[in-house]
Ligand binder design. Sequence first.
Ligand SMILES: [Zn+2]
Length: 240
Amino acid sequence: MTVYHKLIHGNMLNNYELGDITPEQALEQGYKPLIQAEREENKEYAVSYNEDETIPQMTSLNKICLHWTAGSNSPCNTDIKAYHFLIDSNGRIYPGTHKPEDNLNCKDGNYAAHCGGGNTGCIGLSVCGMAGFSLHKKETKYPITQKQVETLCCLTAYLTIKYGIIIKENSVFTHNEFDSKKAKPEGKIDITYLPYLPNLQIIRIGGYLRNKAEWYRKKIKEGKYKLEKKGSYYEFICVC
Ligand SMILES: [Zn+2]
């Protein structure tokens, strides 16, 4: 039996939902069989980093979708329901009302609906900001900050370790990347512009974020970044 990228934790493709996708359609859409070494590597991370966690060691949360809220620079009530984690302009991380595990099964209606057509098994992270932004004008009263994006990538790295997710285009992606691969794209523009890097091309943003996440992943594994709870929010602390 072939195991696909999105199925790294043992679920077979015909049990997986991405708009009733079939194995043949998955191959057509570019999902590649996962090589054994990658699966083994992931398993190791998942086990070693969950020792002090209460979550199950193996889950089928296997994707992370990166968003901006298109609101202000801090989360509102709607944002809190739509995403698993939100990041304000100071790099503070606020958990949403839904836990990532709620998205293991989206049929019960109790999940964070952040990524239409791709919510099952998918963790939704969002940086707060970009209200009123359009690709044409590139203006907003609430630009996302570099601090927010760094925190987004550090949190992505942390979650890939925690849940055993590989940082690849098919498993860690922006909402725009996900949307643009759909048969009928909805025109999602998050994340297609970084105000502090105005010349970074749209098609390079996903790769830029994944590279950063990969860098943070190494640092976290070296014990250089720790997630700390500070009352209602969390923050990454650099242990340098
Ligand atoms: Zn989005």
